[in-house]
Design a protein around this ligand. Sequence first.
Ligand SMILES: Cc1cc2nc3c(=O)[nH]c(=O)nc-3n(C[C@H](O)[C@H](O)[C@H](O)COP(=O)(O)O)c2cc1C
Length: 175
Amino acid sequence: MDFRELIRARYSVRKYLEKPVEEEKIELVLEAARLAPTAVNYQPFRLIVIEDDATRKALARAYNRSWFYNAPVIIVACGVPGEAWVRADGFSCLEVDVAIVVDHLILQATELGLGTCWIADFKPDPVREALALPAELVPLILIPLGYPGGQPRPKKRRQLTELVYRHETKGDRAI
Ligand SMILES: Cc1cc2nc3c(=O)[nH]c(=O)nc-3n(C[C@H](O)[C@H](O)[C@H](O)COP(=O)(O)O)c2cc1C
């Protein structure tokens, strides 16, 4: 699959087969995450891989969708605020770094025929409790991982003309 095909093939999978994910594929997905760039290469993230039934079910308290907590694997992407690069004006790159890590992971999963979904709309406290997370880790994105059980949906996206402004050298406004 070339890159153009890959980014078209990825979609948010909200139905997973019960089929387990091979350990080698999990390793490849995690390796893609490891190779992601981060600001100043500080790598302020930790990934928690959950395969056991009891913990996945406990995560229902954080995000109560059966397609999520029944997925064969759940990866919790955490940021470590104290390790992130912070710009002089106070802007922390923590969430940017974790987003790039998650995107690497998700695209590698797609290339391996696996489905994923970004999940940000969860309750953090039940995640902390289910995983006994140390205080320095902040759960930012939950990622179910498994073989897709449904069909891709067509992509609905705005037109490039709405999203991109070609900066004109004449005039003083970007937009
Ligand atoms: C940062 C982020 C958070 C998201 N959170 C959720 C979520 O909590 N639950 C969910 O079902 N989908 C979530 N999504 C998936 C988006 O709804 C989805 O990516 C978008 O509608 C485009 O569809 P596609 O991924 O199938 O191309 C999230 C996506 C991103 C990038």
